[in-house]
Design a protein around this ligand. Structure first.
Ligand SMILES: Nc1nc2c(c(=O)[nH]1)N[C@H]1C(S)=C(S)[C@@H](COP(=O)(O)O)O[C@H]1N2
Ligand SMILES: [Mo]
Length: 361
């Protein structure tokens, strides 16, 4: 398993070796803007990153369709283009915080980002092919291929989500053609769902009567239907495919173990709630005895995060435990304890950092 590295330097597409998968975590400071810069956006893929030639690129649309299609990038650009601002988070974000520990990339807070995605609706592509709209699934394959013991990355998306107006085949990310790290020339946007649904370098849509059951649909990216005793193994039948993401907030400033001077400063972070809206974030600076509402950025869209801030004057020097807790539009609140699971998915416990406030010089 590759190890996450902090993406301290801007990624330079084309300048990095192309012979192994990269996993790059976004540093906290780059998680404090409404749109996450493309060159600091987290990167996750399981297989060597493919370079797709945009001239010869074709998207195959087949399976339960009236007319199988082979679409060029121009064909996709000629369809009506839509914009969606949406957050993508890897199901494994926060895995590092689980106890007992679980294997996998030890992401902390940074396998998440928010971007403006633009491209045709998946529904319009399916209509063009005369797809059987009541088929239950569309199977999506990217241009990456299986290597040695790592299988090809193939995902099935339920038709109800594929037909959602916000589900796009994005060609642009934050106003520029999608960088190779993020799926050039076309990647699936599945707003509110975990990152594994957002297939990169998409080359095939197959309308299907059944869901794919290969590795990346089963057992990967599945979560227990009910809470497990930490450290125990579920039986496979008790796991289900991850879809919409839970409510969550993270603290980006200050960082764990920071030392700060005794003067007022702003505590910052982000919050999101999958397909729901974030309604409030509360902050505690005393380990959870007292809570106060944070200020949230006014934009409140389904699928996109909200940034929050809380101005704080530490009363005296000492050690402080700062917590953040988000609540969403359906009343979901971040739990005190995240539900342990053997793959370490969906960490969403109340966030927590400990800092030392020092007497000013
Ligand atoms: N073709 C392909 N698409 C993929 C993956 C992959 O390995 N291959 N990884 C998925 C996972 S697990 C995540 S979290 C997101 C990460 O997207 P990003 O690298 O653009 O941040 O891409 C998804 N799409
Ligand atoms: Mo992921």
């Amino acid at each position: 398993m590759a190890v996450a590295r902090a993406q301290e330097e801007p990624a330079i597409p084309g300048k990095r070796p192309n012979d192994r998968p990269e996993d790059l975590e976004t540093p906290n400071k780059d998680l404090e803007t409404w749109l996450t810069p493309n060159d600091a956006f987290f990167v996750r893929h399981h297989l060597p990153r493919p370079t797709v030639d945009t001239q010869s690129y074709r998207l195959a649309v087949n399976g339960l369709v009236g007319k199988p299609l082979s679409l060029s990038l121009d064909d996709l650009r000629k369809l009506p283009q839509y914009k969606v601002v949406a957050t993508i988070e890897c199901a494994g974000n926060g895995r590092d915080f689980y106890r007992p520990r679980v294997p996998g990339i030890q992401w902390k807070r940074g396998s998440i980002g928010n971007a403006e995605w633009r491209g045709p609706r998946v529904a319009d592509i399916l209509k063009l092919a005369g797809a059987k709209m009541d088929a239950p699934f569309i199977e999506t394959d990217g241009a990456d291929t299986g290597v040695a013991k790592t299988p090809d990355f193939i995902r099935s998306l339920p038709m109800r989500k594929a037909l959602d107006a916000a589900t796009l085949l994005a060609l642009d990310m934050n106003g520029e053609p999608i960088p190779e790290f993020h799926g050039r020339p076309a990647r699936l946007i599945v707003p509110g769902w975990d990152g594994a649904s957002w297939v990169k370098w998409v080359v095939r849509f197959t309308v299907a009567a059944a869901g794919n059951t290969a590795f990346y649909m089963n057992p990967a990216y599945r979560y227990p239907k009910y809470a497990l005793a930490p450290g125990s193994q579920p039986v496979p039948a008790d796991l289900e495919v991850i879809e919409g993401m839970p409510v969550k907030s993270s603290i980006t400033t200050p960082a764990e173990q920071d030392r700060v001077a005794l003067s007022p400063f702003t505590i910052r972070g982000f919050a999101w709630a999958g397909e729901q809206k974030v309604m409030r974030v509360d902050v505690s600076t005393d380990g959870g005895s007292r809570w106060s509402p944070a200020e949230l950025t006014p934009q409140n869209l389904n699928f996109a995060w909200r940034l929050w801030s809380y101005r704080w004057s530490p009363p005296r020097p000492g050690f402080y435990t700062i917590l953040s807790r988000a609540t969403d539009s359906t009343g979901r609140v971040q739990p005190i304890v995240a539900q342990w699971n053997p793959s370490g998915y969906l960490w969403n416990a109340i966030d927590r950092v400990g800092i030392v406030v020092e007497k000013s010089a």
